[in-house]
Write a protein that binds this ligand. Structure first.
Ligand SMILES: Cc1cc2nc3c(=O)[nH]c(=O)nc-3n(C[C@H](O)[C@H](O)[C@H](O)COP(=O)(O)OP(=O)(O)OC[C@H]3O[C@@H](n4cnc5c(N)ncnc54)[C@H](O)[C@@H]3O)c2cc1C
Length: 328
């Protein structure tokens, strides 16, 4: 962290990402975990292990089954549900013998009519089937109105008792953007022209999750890693054009598909085929392979080919040396 200082600029690039949006729902900030940063993910992991530990002592249990409430069935909520079942199986093999496959109860609560509302129907259906096969209780069309100590309350007056809650129901831009005097959308994201310049100041470029960028069909570019990546490429070209007094081109988002990983159980997704943008449904080993490759591609973009190859090698070795789960 640097000390406070003032820097003058000719051109400003903003890429501050996003944070979870609790939409002002009472009790969420106090009783839910968020997964916006590695520190928050670590805090959740710590709390989760303590809850599993408490559950392994029958006298300290709050409910007959260890119950986790996850609000939001987007990719984060869906993937986390499957990961929790995977973790409970692993803990059993680590000596938490009270932890059996039916000891965990995950409630995945979503206001939209289906899980993964932004994805194609075929993926939604396959993912939902797999989640239910694992034992996840999927509540769709269910809006959470408040969260209390030990319970999630829904608009249809259900009170779902829980040991642990995670909020993954949407995003908004960081608070700092409110003080910049730029036009924002209702999720506090900075409104930009298709060229990625703020609608208020052509010297301010904004991209990634914190930009509210329109597409030709009137919809907004979704807050996803592939959108941020594509915008970075367009932004680089527009900056060069700007410095050379050339013409800035509009950003066009191309959906390359989506992949959902359900821990070691399954992976499901679709890939877009060429210019026709017809989607190819994939699942099983092929989807797992593409999911892992995508992760390595991101690593390569950051670290370069040589370092990524070394990371790949060390990850391969660690699979034999290190335990799959850190218990402390
Ligand atoms: C748990 C989780 C899982 C996800 N999974 C997927 C996925 O599978 N596929 C997918 O496409 N997308 C996924 N996303 C979304 C994806 O991470 C984002 O769309 C993407 O990271 C956006 O990139 P960005 O550069 O806009 O923001 P970020 O990657 O969030 O980067 C913004 C950076 O700005 C820093 N920052 C913020 N405020 C300040 C400040 N005031 N001063 C200085 N620095 C600041 C932040 O610390 C952060 O490092 C996931 C998100 C989460 C939270």
């Amino acid at each position: 962290m640097l000390p406070s200082r003032t820097l003058e600029y000719d051109l400003l690039l903003l890429a501050l990402g996003s944070v979870s949006n609790d939409f002002g729902t009472p009790g969420v900030a106090e009783h839910c975990h968020f997964l916006d940063s590695p520190a928050q993910a670590e805090a959740f992991r710590h709390d989760m292990l303590n809850t599993f530990l408490r559950y392994s002592d029958p006298e300290r249990r709050l409910h007959p089954r260890l119950t986790v409430g996850i609000v939001g069935a987007g990719a984060t909520g869906v993937e986390l549900s499957a990961e929790l079942y995977d973790a409970s199986r692993m803990l059993h093999s680590y000596g938490f013998t009270e932890m059996k496959s039916n000891s965990l109860e995950v409630h995945l609560i979503e206001a939209a009519p289906d899980v993964l509302p932004a994805l194609p129907e075929r993926i939604r259906k396959a993912v939902r089937t797999e989640l239910e096969r694992l034992g996840v209780q999927v509540h769709t069309g269910t809006r959470v109105v408040s969260v209390e100590e030990g319970a999630i309350v829904t608009a249809d007056e259900q009170r779902i008792e829980t040991d642990l809650n995670v909020w993954a129901a949407g995003i908004k831009a960081p608070e700092v953007l409110r003080d910049l005097g730029l036009t924002l959308d209702r999720n506090q994201r900075i409104k930009v022209e298709p060229t990625l310049q703020s609608v208020d100041d052509p010297n301010i470029f904004v991209f990634g999750d914190c930009a509210s960028c329109p597409q030709p069909d009137g919809s907004m570019v979704p807050p996803r890693a592939q959108a941020a990546h594509q915008q970075a490429q367009r932004l680089y070209k527009n900056l060069v054009a700007r410095l050379e007094n050339g013409t800035l081109k509009p950003f066009r988002y191309r959906d390359r598909g989506s992949l959902i990983s359900l821990a070691h159980f399954e992976a499901i997704g679709s890939l877009m085929r060429g210019a026709s943008a017809r989607s190819l449904f994939i699942e099983g080993r092929l989807a797992k392979f593409f999911y892992a490759s995508l992760y390595r591609m991101h690593q390569r973009a950051i670290h370069g080919t040589a370092k990524t190859a070394l990371i790949l090698l060390s990850d391969g070795l660690n699979r034999f040396i290190r335990p799959r789960m850190k218990l402390h």
